[in-house]
Ligand binder design. Structure first.
Ligand SMILES: *Cc1c(COP(=O)(O)O)cnc(C)c1O
Length: 225
């Protein structure tokens, strides 16, 4: 299957999930996760109509972003960000989904150029409380969101979830639901925090049914890594 055919299939799955949930397809943004794939594959997806791409490492993304300069791409950083790479991340990316500390938010804020627009960020929440995964604990999320929103060059736009891995989307569904509940609480303090980045190739339908506004899809678009 070509990248273009894969994208059509993903869009059909998205439309069906939106229909089941009584949502409009425009409410859910498809982010094509292009990690490990070269710039030519990204260009194919772009030519098939996609405009949002996700990468999880700053160093890997930099040459691809350079190679595709001039295209109207919105780049999303979705992987763990080390604070010493905050400046480079800010130069390359339009969104950062993986903010997991006030310290990192501060580093991103300090990396801002004087005139640059506010950087939209999401806070990554680790609902599984897995030692191996980065992310805030549920009870830290609200306070972190409030502190991060005090940085003038950042805009806290919502939450991101990397749930415990399960083949079965119904086992992941309770985590999607909890992230949504948490986001509803945070939105009372921060009305701009409307985004829920959750759902990957094997479980994005469940995520859409539970309120995802951004899904991060790699394998189903580009094939196996
Ligand atoms: C790789 C990755 C994805 C995409 O996963 P697929 O299963 O290939 O769709 C989504 N989110 C993050 C944070 C990733 O690192």
């Amino acid at each position: 299957m070509s990248v273009r055919e894969n994208i059509v299939q993903v869009q059909e799955r998205m439309a069906a999930a939106c229909h089941r949930a009584g949502r409009q397809v425009e409410e859910v943004k498809l982010i094509a996760v292009s990690k490990t794939f070269p710039a030519e594959r990204i260009r194919e997806a772009y030519e098939a109509g996609l405009r949002d791409f996700g990468e999880n490492r700053v160093q890997e993304a930099a040459p691809k972003i350079a190679a595709l300069e001039g295209l109207e791409i919105t780049w999303h950083l979705i992987g763990h960000l080390q604070s010493n790479k905050a400046k480079r991340a800010r130069e390359l990316f339009h969104w950062v989904h993986s903010v997991d500390s006030v310290y990192l938010a501060q580093k991103l804020d300090h990396a801002a150029q004087n005139s640059s627009a506010r950087l939209p960020i999401l806070l990554q929440v680790n609902l599984g409380v897995e030692e191996t995964k980065s992310g805030l604990r549920e009870e830290e999320a609200l306070r972190t969101a409030e502190e991060a929103s005090s940085f003038s060059s950042l805009e806290v736009r919502g939450l991101m979830l990397l749930p415990p891995f399960s083949e079965n989307p119904d086992e992941v569904r309770p985590y999607f639901r909890r992230l949504r509940t948490l986001a509803d609480e945070i939105r009372m303090a921060l009305p701009a925090a409307t985004e829920l980045s959750m759902g990957m190739s094997h479980d994005f339908e469940a995520a859409i049914e539970e309120g995802a506004t951004m899904i991060r899809v790699g394998t189903a678009i580009f094939g196996m890594r």
